[in-house]
Design a protein around this ligand. Structure first.
Ligand SMILES: Nc1ncnc2c1ncn2[C@@H]1O[C@H](COP(=O)(O)OP(=O)(O)OP(=O)(O)O)[C@@H](O)[C@H]1O
Length: 292
């Protein structure tokens, strides 16, 4: 599969602070990615660089084989921002009409269908919409653009559970018919775990881990046992976090465990459970470890 977006050594500083630091990222064509990180991790800053709003201090960004130049807005990207910049006095339909001009693959019949799916009145003014409804206008633009790269920054902010599920379902169904590259940036990990194929986990401006969701699921384990046993078992393995639990210790471990490993754990009186993605993420961020 070929690369459609590549960030090499990208750094963005404000004053003395590197908000994004030597960041490497490679997105393939026709894949759904999650960009995960807690508040302030640098996700929006990274997305603003990828979409041409701000320019890195160092490094380069390549989109569909061309280096992004300062001041350039990449044509192949549809960026659905966390905070929309829609004019409050404009009607929903006028915002869609404006967006359609910028995206050559725009599909009007799909856009009209989505207005119904999400119960949005196209004649309502933006300022009359709730926070969730405003998110939906952005999401309709992201979906209808059918852009080769669609980036959503916190796309379900303000949406109720029903609308969140509806959005993810439409996204996946449409992706199946019209494959493209989608990047979903969020801190709501468990919600997107069913949708994304690959994740980038970001913290303090750097990527801590990049892998397939399935691989992360298979490799993250929660061990429970006595401290000495856990320490013995952990030797030579990647423990990303450890905490006291009653008289024993809980340890989050990242790596493949073969049958022999599981037997060794059993012999040491250690129990092993899978680790939900959200919990794995919390441990990883707390530990601040980079996983190669
Ligand atoms: N223009 C700016 N000037 C100074 N600092 C900034 C600027 N923009 C962002 N930052 C800082 O950079 C850090 C990363 O912010 P960013 O918005 O990229 O994080 P984020 O991962 O998107 O967080 P959230 O999920 O809360 O939106 C924060 O500490 C923020 O205060």
């Amino acid at each position: 599969m070929s690369t459609i977006l590549a960030c090499s050594n990208v750094t963005k500083s404000y004053g003395k602070n590197d908000v994004v630091h030597n960041l490497e990222m490679k997105l393939n064509e026709n894949t759904i990615y999650g960009l995960l990180g807690r508040n302030g991790a640098g996700k929006t800053t990274l997305l603003n660089m990828i979409t041409g709003g701000i320019f890195p201090n160092y490094g380069q960004i390549e989109i569909a084989g061309s280096l992004l130049k300062k001041g350039e807005t990449p044509q192949d990207i549809c960026y659905v921002r966390e905070k929309n910049l829609f004019f409050g006095g404009a009607k929903v339909m006028e915002i869609l009409q404006l967006a359609s001009v910028f995206h050559k693959n725009w599909d009007w019949s799909f856009a009209n269908k989505l207005l119904k799916t999400f119960n949005l009145n196209p004649n309502k003014k933006i300022r009359q919409l709730s926070r969730g409804m405003e998110s939906l206008v952005g999401n309709i633009i992201g979906l209808s653009s059918r852009a080769p790269i669609t980036i959503y920054d916190e796309p379900v902010l303000g949406l109720d559970v029903l609308m969140r599920e509806r959005f993810y379902r439409v996204l996946v169904e449409d992706y199946a018919e019209h494959p493209r590259t989608i990047l979903l940036s969020t801190h709501l990990i468990d919600e997107i775990a069913m949708v994304v194929e690959q994740v980038y986990i970001m913290d303090s401006g750097s990527i801590l881990l990049q892998d397939e969701v399935e691989t992360i699921r298979n490799r993250s384990h929660l061990l429970m046992g006595e401290k000495d046993s856990i320490d013995r078992f952990a030797t030579g393995r990647q423990v990303i976090a450890k905490e006291a639990y009653g008289k024993g210790v809980l340890a989050a471990l990242y790596g493949t465990l073969e049958e022999a490993d599981k037997q060794q754990a059993h012999n040491l009186g250690i129990s092993i459970e899978g680790l939900p993605l959200q919990k794995f993420f919390s441990y990883l961020i707390e530990g601040g470890q980079r996983i190669e």
